[in-house]
Design a protein around this ligand. Structure first.
Ligand SMILES: Nc1ncnc2c1ncn2[C@@H]1O[C@H](COP(=O)(O)OP(=O)(O)OP(=O)(O)O)[C@@H](O)[C@H]1O
Length: 428
């Protein structure tokens, strides 16, 4: 009841307003004047490139676009080029190399968070390539993209749409796109040594969420229900992982992850953060803070970095309810080894009003950068493997001892719903 009410508050609907006038000449003047005024609104897009993932969520992306969104774009006189993707990474590769971006005012993705991530990677990579920026340099300054990305939700979780628009509703998103609304968003770059891995805008999760994703990938045929099944299985496995997490706190930031502020469009915390235009200032303040790195070594059930609240219909507050969309920080949440019951109590707080960080085994830091180093090297030798697997409870049934040890010494990082190939990462 409460949830649907909250979601309804953010829903937009089209409505018709009829003006009456007996004089046809005057009517025509009105129409001409309204059209002239609309064409002066430069933030409204006139031409869009649309990618539809026909297999996202319940496989209804094409129908959603054709029935709910295309008619609105037509009424708003927006011209579109529509590409229905034929394979994973089709949209990313097309944007990276082929798409004639000068033709468009924005790119729209019809799908879930994975589809958004594809479009983000395509656009950001293309912009860096065009400007000669080497993504493998972890400290390089990225050139901002000139095109905006619109999301028409048609995936399983649609967390990025929910966290930015407040609801997962294709009509609301289409109307925001039509009127030219925009919301800046932090983008984290993730490196392994000096190799660029991926960008992240929502959740980087090691341990619990990494394990849920790893398991759910094997159950894709189940559709969105796979997350529930894998969630229960991972919860019962109750694994923990050892490693060292180092981070650079966002010291000058006035807001904290435990204040009750919720970031919304026009948020004053985000508005007062250095923008990419102030890049030089930013670099200088980072230089000064270089000594300010902290390190925590321990056994963790979950390490989560939330660059936005990560709210979704199931968890309306998200993993970090007060995380900001565009303040240049991410909220690093460390859940240390604890009992299964305690971890359950922590998870439950994602769905109710209680402070989810108010547990002795949970800590949260607002950071600008962090690094993670697993205790065991990624390619383990047989000697390393002789150490006992780190488990607190049920062990998966497993015949090859070496495989068991390797898989229990490491989790994987989920990066906005994609698995990373390395566990030792640097994030900025
Ligand atoms: N034509 C296609 N065939 C197969 N996979 C595709 C195709 N187009 C895109 N994909 C891939 O499908 C994956 C999932 O898509 P998407 O994010 O749209 O849905 P989802 O996973 O159901 O939703 P969410 O990410 O919100 O949980 C993406 O990683 C994307 O790269």
């Amino acid at each position: 009841m409460h949830r649907s009410k909250a979601r309804y508050q953010h829903q937009w609907r089209c409505s018709d307003v009829t003006f009456h006038c007996a004089n046809q000449g005057l009517c025509e003047q009105w129409v001409q004047l309204i059209n002239e005024q609309l064409s002066l609104l430069s933030n409204r897009p006139k031409s869009l490139l649309v990618y539809i993932n026909p297999y996202g969520g319940t496989q209804s992306g094409k129908r959603i676009y054709e029935q709910k969104v295309a008619p609105l774009f037509r009424r708003a006189c927006i011209s579109t080029d529509v590409i229905v993707t034929e394979r994973a990474n089709h949209a990313r590769d097309h944007l990276k190399t082929e798409a004639n971006l000068d033709k468009y005012d924005g790119v729209v993705c019809v799908g879930g968070d994975g589809m958004f991530s594809e479009v983000l990677h395509g656009l950001v990579t293309r912009t860096q390539t065009n400007n000669g920026v080497d993504l493998n340099q972890p400290d390089t300054e990225l050139v901002p993209c000139s095109l905006r990305i619109g999301i028409i939700p048609a995936g399983s979780t649609d967390c990025i749409c929910f966290a930015t628009v407040g609801t997962n509703d294709p009509v609301t998103s289409a109307l925001h796109i039509i009127v030219g609304d925009s919301q800046p968003m932090d983008v984290c770059s993730v490196h392994h040594n000096d190799v660029f891995l991926r960008f992240s805008v929502s959740l980087l999760g090691y341990g619990f969420y990494g394990d849920v994703l790893t398991d759910s990938e094997r159950k894709r045929w189940l559709g969105p229900a796979r997350y529930d099944l894998s969630g229960v299985k991972t919860f019962l496995s109750h694994n923990y992982y050892e490693g060292t997490i180092s981070f650079l706190p966002a010291e000058n930031n006035t807001a904290t992850p435990r204040d009750k502020l919720q970031c919304r469009s026009g948020c004053c915390v985000c508005l007062h953060q250095p923008s990419s235009k102030d890049g030089e200032q930013w670099e200088m303040s980072e230089e000064k803070e270089n000594g300010g790195w902290s390190a925590i070594r321990g056994k963790f059930i979950a390490i989560n970095a939330a660059s936005m609240s990560c709210a979704c219909p199931r968890s309306p507050k998200g993993l970090s309810p007060s995380a900001h969309l565009a303040d240049g920080t991410t909220d690093l949440i460390l859940v240390r080894k604890c009992s299964r019951l305690d971890f359950f109590r922590h998870l439950l707080r994602h769905t109710n009003k209680d402070d989810q960080f108010d547990h002795s085994f949970v800590e949260v830091h607002r950071v600008r950068k962090f690094r993670f180093q697993p205790r065991h090297r990624e390619l383990l030798s047989l000697e390393d493997l002789s150490e006992s697997p780190k488990k607190t409870g049920f062990s998966p049934i497993c015949s090859a001892r070496t495989t068991c040890n390797y898989s229990t010494a490491h989790s994987s990082w989920t990066c906005d719903g994609e698995l990373l190939p390395h566990t030792a990462i640097q994030v900025r």
